[in-house]
Ligand binder design. Sequence first.
Ligand code: NAD
Length: 340
Amino acid sequence: MMKILVTGGLGFIGSHTVVELQNKGFEVVIIDNLSNSSIDVLDGITAITGVKPLFEKLDLKVKPDVTRFFETHNDIAGVIHFAANKAVGESVKEPLMYYENNIGTLVYILQELSKLDKQNFIFSSSCTVYGQADELPITENAQVKPAESPYGNTKQIGEEIIRDTCKVNSNLKSIALRYFNPIGAHPSAEIGELPIGVPQNLVPYITQTGMGLREQLSVFGGDYPTPDGTCIRDYIHVVDLAKAHVVALQRLLEEKNLSNYEVFNLGTGKGSSVLEAIQSFDRISGKKLKYQIVGRREGDITAAYADTTRANDVLGWKTQLTLDDAMASAWKWEKKIRNK
Ligand SMILES: NC(=O)c1ccc[n+]([C@@H]2O[C@H](COP(=O)([O-])OP(=O)(O)OC[C@H]3O[C@@H](n4cnc5c(N)ncnc54)[C@H](O)[C@@H]3O)[C@@H](O)[C@H]2O)c1
């Protein structure tokens, strides 16, 4: 069994990826400092897979702890690095916190990885690196635009750090995955997204409004140059996204990569508007979501959706689940956590 380190493995995308890794027979060790997750997620993963992953509560910002971890686990065959802070608004207010956590921890991990025999590394990047792209759908060759926020900048700088390191260390094999908009939960409703406080993302806001926790959803902007006037995004089911990580890891382990630094978009290739997302919720829940169209929100781009050709043809992965599947799983998860 190959041992894979998943940092941030108790978080939203990390936990779903741990499930898919264990389903494929990998041994997983998770590092998480629980800054944005709960220890109960371990039970959720165990309930789905029947296997309790190894877990180290560790803060990756503490360099000696990172070093100690890699000395103990010197048999790691690959690292999937999710751990980061991800709230755009917070990053504007606390830029140094974001640079320390998202950049510092990446550097420490790459330094330790460079001492190992097997140096396979997957990085969580984001479509935020494209900003408002000049052309849609967005290919990996689209220009990387100046970042709109410190958070977005950490993803751009993170990619540059990995690319520069790959140039001088041919043993390091790395893939940066640029996610579009991950939503949904595991169909078992054992794990899902756990937003702390007021949700920053559309789908948890929709499901909380559906539960009556929020009075209504504010739709930011109804006058965008899109068919229904609302913003368009590429919503990808988190289970599809998690599976892409396993495919990317296997690509590195089987040495199928074409260069030692590769980039792939992970999306469905289909854009959906905010109103289409609301209609999806209404369809799967049998409810009528209360919403109001309000003014535009600063920093929002009009439309973003992926060109998935490279992910489909080169990586050999494509999404299997629909927006309704994702919304139904998010709704099932919301009902479960509220009943708890
Ligand atoms: N969710 C999205 O919409 C989205 C989109 C694009 C990219 N990403 C990226 O994907 C990754 C995972 O996102 P997510 O939505 O699962 O976030 P999340 O907050 O649910 O998960 C991140 C996990 O990392 C942990 N963590 C943070 N800092 C840590 C540290 N210093 N040491 C140890 N653990 C630490 C948190 O406790 C959390 O469990 C992040 O890098 C994020 O920037 C997410």
